[in-house]
Design a protein around this ligand. Sequence first.
Ligand SMILES: Nc1ncnc2c1ncn2[C@@H]1O[C@H](COP(=O)(O)OP(=O)(O)OP(=O)(O)O)[C@@H](O)[C@H]1O
Ligand SMILES: [Mg+2]
Length: 171
Amino acid sequence: MDACLAARRGYLAPMSPPRAALTLASPEDTCALAAALAPGLRPGDVLLLSGEIGAGKTHFARCLIQALQEMPEDVPSPTFTLVQSYDTPAGEVWHADLYRLGDPDQVEELGLFEAFETAICLVEWPDRLGELAPPEALSLHFTAGEDEDARRLEAAWTDPRWDGVIPPLAA
Ligand SMILES: Nc1ncnc2c1ncn2[C@@H]1O[C@H](COP(=O)(O)OP(=O)(O)OP(=O)(O)O)[C@@H](O)[C@H]1O
Ligand SMILES: [Mg+2]
C-alpha cells in the first residue's frame, strides 16, 4: 500500500516530525499543560489529538475546555455524538472524536470544516480526516509513559502561529 493510501485509511498519523516532546508524569500534569495552553488559543486554532485508546486525549481536551469556561462544566467524551460544542469567553470550542467516523465525507456534514475556521477545535482520532486535516493545525501525539500514570507527548506543527503559543512545550 502506498503512503498516501495508507494515510487515507488511517494507518499512518498525518503528523510531521515532532518539534517538542515532554513527559506528563500524571493526569494532573496533563491537565496543567492543557490549562497553560488554553489562554493562548483563539477561534481558527485546530489541535489534532492523536494516540491509542486511553492515551489521554479526552482528559487533555476536558481540562482545556474547562480552563476556557467561566464556570467549568461537565465535558463528556464525544465518542457517540462525534462532536460537542461549548460557548466560552474565548469563542466557540468544538470537541470532536472521529473514531467512529464512517467516511471522511461525514466531516462536512458534521460542520467540522466550517468550525476549523470559526471555532477552537480539539480533534481526537484526526487520522480519520486523512488528507482533509488542516495543515496549519497543532498536532499533539500521546503515548504510554514509563509507568501507568505517565504519558509522553510529542508536538508537531509547521505553522509559525504555534511558535510563540506553546512555550511550555518548547521548554
Ligand atoms: N499522565 C496522564 N495523562 C492523561 N491521562 C492519564 C494520565 N495518566 C493516567 N491517565 C488516565 O488515562 C485515562 C485516559 O483516558 P482518555 O479518555 O483521556 O483517553 P483517550 O485518549 O481519549 O481514549 P479514546 O481513544 O478511547 O477516546 C484517564 O482515565 C486518565 O485518568
Ligand atoms: Mg477520548
